[in-house]
Design a protein around this ligand. Structure first.
Ligand code: SF4
Ligand code: SF4
Length: 380
């Protein structure tokens, strides 16, 4: 490993030049220093109750790269751009209403897409430095993808909590590779949000509680991935989102007109990205895997997506779906789905929906579901 500084300078230059051939759109480097400012922010975040519960709980691990690799000398941040527009989007019409998956769940699961690229980059590194150590992570790793990317000069941290790149906006997947290589770090970019607050103003739930401050408990993106009952007010705000929420990215002026379509495996199948809602209600596990298994929306299983499909049908007030929604309320073995179906029928509010609620009330034995039916009957 003992090599002159000049070696590492040309190594970095060659690596940057090789990146696009490996399917990486942007590569930045940061030091192995701990993320001290991030740690303070995470402590405040935790104290305020803003965590989602999906994060790595150990704040030391999240902010100290040396705990993950004692000989760490640098961290590579990689970004891969993904599409933001759905070409040939199918039309949502009465009786054939459709939901929507967030853009980060379109196409191949980004964890796999990034891992493949990071493996290729690791091979590239090992060919040149056989005793290199590389530890790759994406999303579920201990480090914060965004904090690494910000410090490595990939983009600035926007008020919507996304990393915004001048080239690809925030429509990027991020991963990082911890290494024992003394590569020269890059400089962070200047924050270019300026006075803009469009994302904060557009958030339907007020989850952006300040610039770059997210209360995950109020964020639709997080709530669509939970498995339990959702509060009535939140269900209305969810609209027809089946997985995730893109509102604070769609409205961002930096993102406007950016639609990166150069990675074919990340292009969406319109029938998966914007699926018909009613068939989702009766989808078995195998069917679910066939339809969604390739993408990142599958990680929580079919239940959240089916619950969200019921919410969407309620929000569409789709009268034609009443027989299907009522069937879920009567026959589904999962109380969360039966209770959500009751809410949806109350929101649709047609005479057929009310009749179905009244009938179900006499046979339902679960107290949560009974309560949901009674609420749906009193506040249609
Ligand atoms: Fe708000 Fe949606 Fe952005 Fe969450 S993802 S902060 S709910 S706009
Ligand atoms: Fe920054 Fe405005 Fe984009 Fe929000 S909408 S991230 S404030 S540029």
């Amino acid at each position: 490993m003992k090599k002159e500084a000049a070696f590492w300078l040309s190594f970095k230059e060659e690596m940057l030049a090789a990146a696009s051939g490996l399917g990486i759109d942007k590569l930045g480097v940061t030091s192995a220093e701990p993320f001290l400012e991030l740690k303070e922010r995470l402590v405040r975040h935790r104290e305020a109750g803003f965590e989602s519960g999906f994060e790595e709980p150990d704040l030391e691990l999240r902010t100290k790269p040396a705990l993950l690799m004692p000989e760490v000398r640098s961290i590579l941040s990689i970004a891969v751009a993904y599409p933001s527009k759905l070409k040939g989007a199918p039309v949502s019409e009465p009786g054939k209403r459709r939901g929507i998956l967030s853009r980060s769940a379109w196409g191949e699961d980004y964890h796999q897409a990034l891992r493949r690229r990071m493996e290729k980059l690791t091979e590239w590194i090992l060919l040149r430095v056989p005793d290199a150590k590389v530890l790759s992570m994406v999303d579920t790793g201990a480090l914060s993808d965004r904090a690494v990317a910000e410090r490595a000069g990939i983009g600035w941290s926007g008020k919507n909590c996304s990393i915004l790149t001048p080239e690809w906006g925030s429509w990027i997947y991020l991963g990082e590779m911890i290494t024992n290589l003394p590569i020269q770090p890059d400089k962070p970019l200047m924050d270019s949000c300026g006075d803009c607050t469009i994302c904060i103003d557009a958030c339907p739930t007020g989850a952006l509680v300040g610039p770059g401050q997210l209360n995950a408990q109020k964020c639709i993106s997080f709530v669509t991935q939970t498995k339990g009952l959702v509060e009535d007010e939140m269900m209305v705000k969810i609209g027809n989102r089946l997985y995730g929420c893109d509102t604070c990215q769609i409205v961002c002026p930096i993102n406007r007109k950016i639609d990166s379509r150069h990675h074919v495996e990340l292009l969406p199948d319109p029938e998966v990205a914007k699926p018909l809602l009613r068939p989702l209600l009766f989808m078995g596990n195998r069917e679910f895997r066939e339809k969604f298994g390739e993408g990142s929306a599958a990680w929580r299983g079919r239940k959240p997506i089916q619950r969200n499909a019921l919410i969407a049908l309620g929000n569409f007030r789709d009268k034609e779906s009443v027989p299907d929604v009522a069937k879920v309320m009567r026959e589904d073995s999962r109380p969360v789905l039966r209770a959500t179906a009751a809410w949806a029928l109350g929101r649709i509010g047609s005479s057929e929906a009310i009749e179905a609620l009244r009938t179900a009330l006499s046979s339902e034995s679960d107290t949560d579901v009974t309560r949901a039916i009674e609420r749906a009957l009193t506040n249609p």
